[in-house]
Design a protein around this ligand. Structure first.
Ligand SMILES: *Cc1c(COP(=O)(O)O)cnc(C)c1O
Length: 355
């Protein structure tokens, strides 16, 4: 029996969307592919509040994170770190031989605009990486406010990992001035894993032309060349694109504002529940709208809870990440999940724990 996913990626995919993956295949150099690509493009631009091109990566999110730092850093990159994924972005940057420094704060503390200002004042950097929603800690960093600070430094590009936020919360790419914003589709998009998207600013594309290429597969200049023909440089995950196209139609049918409001509503339900029975891991004011990282104040066995939920209820939540594995557990409330499903999950947890 299928175990319904309440994990912060991969997330549950609706059967109607799974069916789209089995659409008869088309050739990626045929006009019908370009038509599909051209159909998807404006829908992604609406979702991201941007007029920038939105590229499609046949990879998980990590590939798009790698594309950002290998193409868009000419001088030195500042990696803002307050969780596992922001830390990984620093490792990706360093691992590709891109000059960089990590600025790290405690994992339960949000990155604040003043911290970023302090770092950028040094004049050392021409790019900064920031994770919108730290999936490891259930923390939402104040991207809009940080973007205001970054704007004061005209040579500094803002690169945002919005993996577990995009399609669940509003991201005003152009208004905030984000140069690169990426997400894999297995989180709030509620699609199967294996595809990532990223909106890239015009000035980012200009800089990419001047940075010596560090990657062949993740080459933004080349991707843009093909983008103008409504194509991708290599064979893309065509089945995914059928599913993405259908899913974007469903987002727009639900209404973007309504979709974001549903995520807020589910977040409130889980946060209220967590405050009543446990506590919430990150500092207040920065709680994620798409997942909640519950602090295990009762000292329960997280592993046992997860096993019981799977065996007895066929639902799966996630344990804590890395160092906070048994100290926390994570409930995702993102994608196509509905409030009534969240209430059912919480009732199951209460029954298992005898709350
Ligand atoms: C899941 C996740 C990633 C890594 O995604 P992959 O698709 O596994 O490469 C990166 N950043 C954040 C914030 C994530 O939630």
């Amino acid at each position: 029996m299928h175990n319904r996913l309440f994990t912060p990626g991969p997330t549950e995919v609706r059967p109607e969307i799974l069916k789209e993956l089995s659409t008869p295949q088309i050739h990626h150099r045929a006009p019908e592919f370009s038509a599909l690509y051209a159909e998807i493009q404006p829908k992604l631009q609406r979702l991201l509040y941007t007029e920038n091109p939105v590229f499609l990566f046949t990879s998980s999110s990590t590939g798009a994170m790698e594309a950002a730092v290998t193409n868009l850093v000419a001088k030195r990159c500042l990696n803002l770190v307050n969780g596992a994924f922001s830390k990984r972005w620093h490792e990706i940057t360093a691992g590709n031989g891109v000059p960089c420094d990590a600025f790290e704060v405690e994992w339960n503390i949000a990155i604040k605009p003043e911290m970023v200002d302090e770092q950028l004042k040094t004049g050392k950097y021409d790019a900064v990486t920031l994770v919108l929603n730290e999936t490891s800690t259930g923390m939402m960093n104040p991207v809009a406010e940080i973007a205001e600070v970054v704007k004061r430094y005209p040579d500094v590009f803002l690169l945002v990992d919005a993996v577990s936020g995009m399609a669940g919360v509003k991201i005003e790419t152009d208004a905030w001035g984000i140069d690169f914003v990426l997400a894999g589709v297995q989180k709030a998009f509620a699609l199967p894993a294996g595809l990532a998207v990223a909106a890239v600013s015009e000035r980012a594309l200009e800089r990419a032309k001047t940075v010596p290429p560090r990657s062949y597969y993740f080459n933004l200049t080349n991707m843009y060349k093909y983008h103008q023909k409504n194509q991708t440089p290599s064979t893309p995950a065509i089945p995914h694109l059928f599913a993405l196209n259908a899913q974007l139609d469903d987002f727009l049918a639900e209404g973007l504002e309504e979709r974001f409001a549903r995520h807020e509503r589910m977040a409130r339900i889980v946060q209220d529940w967590a405050k009543e029975h446990f506590d919430i891991y990150p500092e207040e004011g920065y709680w994620s709208k798409t997942l909640t990282c519950v602090k295990n104040t009762r000292g329960i066995s997280v592993k046992e809870l997860i096993d019981r939920l799977v065996n007895d209820y066929h639902v799966r939540i996630s344990n804590g990440y890395g160092a906070i594995k048994e100290k926390t557990f994570r409930i995702a409330h993102m994608g196509d999940t509905q409030p009534d499903e969240i209430l059912g999950l919480l009732a199951a947890i209460e029954e298992v724990l005898g709350l």
